[in-house]
Design a protein around this ligand. Structure first.
Ligand code: FMN
Length: 168
């Protein structure tokens, strides 16, 4: 897929098929994370926790009960965490990492969604953080859910500007 097509095709997927993501495709998504630009990487880099264990996915998604799965039944979830460095820097790094993975997932025909929800709750749950193997001192910042969507992802949208703008 051309980059322009991937940019126009990426959209948040909130409904997934109960089908696992092939290991090689998941690896390609994860590879994209390492290609992200990072602010002051010598001070600290993001860490990726790749969750495919069904029980753990339920534990992470069913925070508000099974009727409201916060990860929409996705079969894979990548949690990005980092030790805080300069204000906002770790969050910006996480955003870059997530977006790179989202675009790679789109290119591979995988549904995906950037998730902030419940990350704050996870930050406060030391036991769950330890169970997930998130390194000591790291703050979970953002997550990407990945899987086969119930709708085709490779649908190239028409470009419509959605942000305010001013030119000087
Ligand atoms: C920083 C960030 C956090 C987000 N957190 C959530 C979330 O917790 N739950 C959710 O359903 N969508 C979440 N989204 C997805 C947005 O709702 C979505 O990107 C937006 O509505 C635009 O739709 P699109 O991605 O299909 O273009 C998040 C997106 C971003 C960039």
């Amino acid at each position: 897929m051309e980059l322009k097509t991937a940019l126009l095709s990426r959209k948040s997927c909130r409904s997934y098929l109960p089908k696992k993501v092939e290991a090689d495709k998941l690896e390609q998504v994860i590879t994209a994370a390492s290609l992200a630009p990072l602010g002051m990487p010598k001070m600290g880099k993001p860490h990726l926790t790749v969750v495919t264990d069904e029980e753990m996915l339920k534990k992470l998604g069913y925070r508000a009960g099974p009727e409201r799965d916060m990860i929409y039944g996705a079969p894979a979830l990548i949690i990005v965490s980092q030790k805080p460095t300069r204000p906002g820097l770790a969050e910006m790094n996480a955003a870059c990492v997530i977006e790179m993975m989202a675009l790679m997932a789109t290119d591979l025909g995988l549904g995906n969604i950037y998730l902030y929800g419940v990350t704050a709750a996870l930050s406060k749950n030391g036991e769950l953080k330890a169970e997930l193997g998130i390194p000591e001192g790291n703050v979970p910042l953002s997550r990407l859910a990945v899987g086969y969507g119930t709708e085709d992802v490779a649908v190239c949208k028409e470009f419509v500007p959605s942000l305010s703008r001013n030119d000087i």
